[in-house]
Design a protein around this ligand. Sequence first.
Ligand code: PMP
Length: 459
Amino acid sequence: MDSLMQNDPARVIEADRAHVWHHMMQHRQLETTDPRIIVEGRGMRVWDITGKEHLDATSGGVWTVNVGYGRERIADAVRDHLVKMCYFAGSQGTVPGARFAEALTEKMPGLSRVYFANSGSEANEKAFKMVRQIAHKHHGGRKSKILYRERDYHGTTLACLSAGGQLERNAQYGPFAPGFVMVPHCLEYRAQDEFAGSDYGVRAAEAIEEVILREGPDTVGALCLEPITAGGGIIVPPRGYWEKVQEICRKYDVLLHIDEVVCGMGRTGTWFGYQQFGVKPDIVTMAKGVASGYAAISCCVTTEAVFERFKDASDPMAHFRDISTFGGCTSGPVAALENLRILEEEELPDNSTRMGVYLQEGLFALMEKHRVIGDVRGMGLFAGAELVADRDTREPVSEKQVGAVVADCLKQGVLIGASNRSVPGLNNVLLFAPALIAEEDDIDEILEAVDGALGRVFG
Ligand code: PMP
């Protein structure tokens, strides 16, 4: 059956059309077009079922495959371990779990405990539950509020959506969980006031302090932020922001939870995005690049101080009473350990920095040529180009036009992404997140495709 399906693309396409409910898709479109089915990947490239080759500037659609496709050593390591010990959960540990936790925390000075789960959303749920339990155990039920930022995204479950700053993703899914409070975004290009540069950075962080004071510092347990807002439009916080954020968290005894689901594992040029800014988080969550999609694994990593708060032998309710069934799959940490070794041996975080500079320079050059690019932002191999109809008013182009640019690139065999609608009409950022193995030729090919697409769509 398998080989039959593989030899018959039409049957696969029909099976997909008839039975698969695709993520993030309006299925009406499949009434007139075929689903795109990706069958093979090598390095930076993937092939679809029609045989068409694509250069992937999205790392698997959603910024996951950091080490690129077709890594046999990851597959071999997973296979070897699965036949020996595929799975065990509950309060038992596994060899790969212990080894990966040790290797991971070596990259995260100040953090020491790894809690395994499967998805970014799940890791964030764990973090939220830790904060809530600390509030109950140590603050008499107060300090249970969790602050999140406008335009940030933390996942798809109802608690994560309750901490979600992107309107499009939240609309029609309420009511949401109580105790989550939004703070303003820090996108200088669309600043809420007249401040600029580090003044804006400090101001944007002070806006968080205002929310803490409004809510009451004794009610606020944690602040959850992306180091660089990803799907909300590649927002690199301005200078001065993170220093002030850290100071505010310390001042009001608010735990700092950083969501590294996208930025982790070298994406921005350091092992973790927060390390670009000298921040010292209490909790860090990560998923996508942890095993580059070769296995489903996510982690919620904490300081020893956070971990210690769950130790009290005299209280039967004091430990973290949580479990993740598939947090016991050994395929996750085996793949993650091999993935980490590849990142390290091939110095991929450094390559991300180098190629990220090259990518941004190229985008700035395109900005000179195409007035529709209003802003270029990013860090490492993670960049965004915001498209505007008018550079003075910064009025965004339409979603349809953004879609046309992405579709034109696809036609040319280059996969790029676009932001999620954070506020109505603001789905106007082209996203670039190629695998960290990208070379200059790959970046040139991506830029050429975008150049051509912008020329055709906007004239
Ligand atoms: N946090 C961030 C910053 C994300 O971008 C995402 C997914 N795009 C998530 C969390 C949720 O991860 P998952 O889809 O694995 O649940």
